[in-house]
Write a protein of this length. Structure first.
Length: 593
């Protein structure tokens, strides 16, 4: 009779009582054998949650936790340190091996007490009694993420095989695997008639971290966010990273009947405390997030993810740092937005954009000294499209960068032509934060000035005051680079961003443009006149010229002159006009000069 495949329980005596080989000898040999095995040897109970009856001390090397943690009454401790995305797979393999009494091998990730991930290989066998009933599982868990183990797993030195379908940085499911998991959930929902929800979470202003601290800090921050999000999810939920600074959460079950917004609130709470990332411990990083939610029980994965994306866009439009649940009415709005985006992508190619120029006057002699460049869009079907409608879309989609480049080249070319005719005007162009953040923006300005032969001091780069409040270091550096070219810098919409005097001193600024809302309020509000006085005096204190926007009445002009505001523009002088009309005005001015 052979006993080669028989597994002997640890608590049964296997030697005769009168044998010279004592039970203590057997236990000592077993302990020695276990100690020398390069892995954690264990025995699990046969009933879920498969409590560890015994596990060797090697488990501490793998996890950072002592063996006693796994054999106490905390039945699910081992399951709790399995990476959430791997738990269902591990449970399924172990359960199958237990019921059929066979061996199994699998690879998965464990969360070390330090927060690091360890790839492990588990090899085990389900042991049954004489009647075929499962009794326990014996096995060993080996570390396969260490450099030495790569020799036994070709190709593993760079990345584990199971990272296929996973994001390399966070080890979370990627876009393809997210869709696959969602498809499985939808099938279960269809059979069980229960609710599922998809969440898309986008980090607000994440780009500023990369721009300020570098990509490494950004990567560490993404991993820290992933770790916190895992902590508020169930093991049956899926957390994935479709790309960039966006995360996807998929969940199902009765808990959603109380409202998917409850989970969204828990996800938002993840950002209530600042993050500290490796290598930047001294810098607490505060973040917020916007979340789009979609619920359904019968459509395709792409439909549900599309609806969550639409809801996410709504959350961003509402000011970020909030969550929005998808409603069918949003689809109509989203389709209109999409059509607008598509039309804008064609507008530059089809030459639908054009420029108007609003004259800027010296208030003392009411002579034209410069122009502000204004972008306009004439659509073949929509007609003239309001700036307030299409400019935010250009900003949001990033199309403002190529369109802004076109504006810069066209305006400088026109200004250079006027200079050749003897009209030495300054030309002011509003620049978005997106454009300033582009690494090649300063080079673009340099090349444009060279190509058009426009004097650098004739070009004014205007940036809205609220934009100065974001990522100050980057703004200061970029504006100084522009100043080195000889270009002038102006602050647009001044008075709306609550800049302090100390804050403004950081920037190399030549002019402040007082927002038109202050000028419009002068008739009814003494506070508005007082504000204009303060703004003009602030300009004088800093050695900066001031310009008032929105002058429509003669008494406003007189009052602004009394306050010693030097420049102005508005309908009292001229509406934005075509270049040919401006040339006519300039010719008349030249005639009577």
């Amino acid at each position: 009779m052979t006993v080669a495949n028989r597994v002997v329980p640890f608590d049964q005596r296997t030697e005769p009582r009168n044998s010279t080989w004592t039970e203590r000898d057997s236990e000592e040999q077993l302990k020695s054998l276990i100690t020398n095995i390069p892995g954690a040897v264990y025995r699990r109970e046969c009933v879920e949650p498969w409590t560890m009856r015994f596990i060797s001390d090697h488990i501490e090397e793998l996890t950072g936790y002592p063996a006693s943690e796994f054999t106490r009454a905390r039945a699910r401790f081992f399951e709790s340190i399995i990476w959430p995305e791997d738990r269902e797979h591990v449970s399924g393999v172990v359960r199958d091996a237990l019921h059929r009494g066979g061996t199994f091998s699998l690879e998965y990730r464990l969360m070390h007490s330090s927060g690091a991930l360890r790839w492990v290989a588990e090899h085990g066998r389900g042991v049954a009694d004489a009647n075929g009933h499962p009794r326990w599982i014996d096995g060993v868990i080996l570390d396969i993420s260490s450099p030495g183990s790569a020799e036994h797993h070709p190709g593993r030195a760079e990345a584990p095989r199971h990272q296929s379908g996973h994001d390399v940085l966070t080890c979370l499911p990627d876009r393809t695997l997210i869709r696959d998991r969602l498809q499985q959930m939808l099938l279960r929902a269809h059979r069980g008639h229960h609710l599922i929800a998809a969440y898309l979470l986008d980090l607000d202003n994440f780009a500023s971290v990369n721009n300020t601290l570098g990509r490494q800090a950004g990567d560490e921050l993404l991993k820290a966010v992933a770790s916190r999000l895992v902590g508020v999810l169930r093991s049956s939920d899926t957390l994935g990273r479709p790309g960039g600074d966006e995360f996807a959460i998929l969940t199902e079950g009765l808990s959603l009947s109380a409202g998917p917004e409850l989970l969204a609130e828990r996800l938002m709470d993840v950002f209530s405390e600042p993050f500290r990332v490796e290598g930047f411990d001294e810098i607490p990083l505060s973040l917020s997030a916007s979340i789009g939610i979609a619920t359904n029980d019968g459509e395709e994965p792409n439909d549900l993810l599309r609806d969550a994306a639409i809801a996410l866009c709504q959350a961003k439009a509402r000011g970020r740092n909030c969550h929005v649940r998808f409603a069918p009415s949003m689809k109509t709005t989203a389709m209109e937005q999409l059509e607008l985006e598509m039309d804008l992508r064609e507008a530059l190619q089809e030459k639908q954009f054009f420029l108007l120029y609003q004259p800027i006057f010296e208030l003392d002699n009411v002579g034209v000294c410069g122009v502000e460049v204004l972008l306009r869009w004439r659509h073949p079907v929509r007609g003239m499209v309001d700036q307030e409608v299409f400019v935010p879309v250009l900003e949001e989609t990033g199309m403002i960068v190529p369109v802004g480049s076109w504006v810069l080249k066209q305006a400088c070319r026109r200004a250079a032509a006027w200079h050749r005719l003897g009209h030495h005007l300054t030309i002011s162009i509003s620049i978005s934060t997106r454009q300033l953040e582009a690494e090649n923006f300063v080079d673009q300005v340099r090349e444009t000035l060279s190509a058009t032969a426009l004097e650098p001091r004739s070009l004014i780069i205007a940036i809205a005051e609220p934009s100065l409040m974001n990522d100050t270091d980057t703004m200061v550096r970029r504006l100084r680079e522009l100043k080195e070219l000889g270009v002038l810098v102006a602050v647009d919409d001044f008075g709306t961003g609550y800049s302090s005097l100390a804050h403004l001193r950081l920037f190399p600024i030549d002019a402040l443009k007082i927002d038109s809302s202050f000028v419009a309020a002068m008739a009814d509000s003494p506070e508005a006149i007082s504000s204009i006085h303060s703004l003009v005096q602030l300009g004088h204190t800093l050695g900066i010229e001031t310009l008032a926007d929105g002058i429509e009445q003669g008494w406003q002009l007189a009052s602004l002159k009394d306050e010693q505001c030097k420049f102005g523009q508005g309908s009292l002088f001229s509406q934005p006009i075509a270049p040919e009309a401006l040339e006519a005005i300039l010719s008349v001015d030249q005639l009577f000069a």
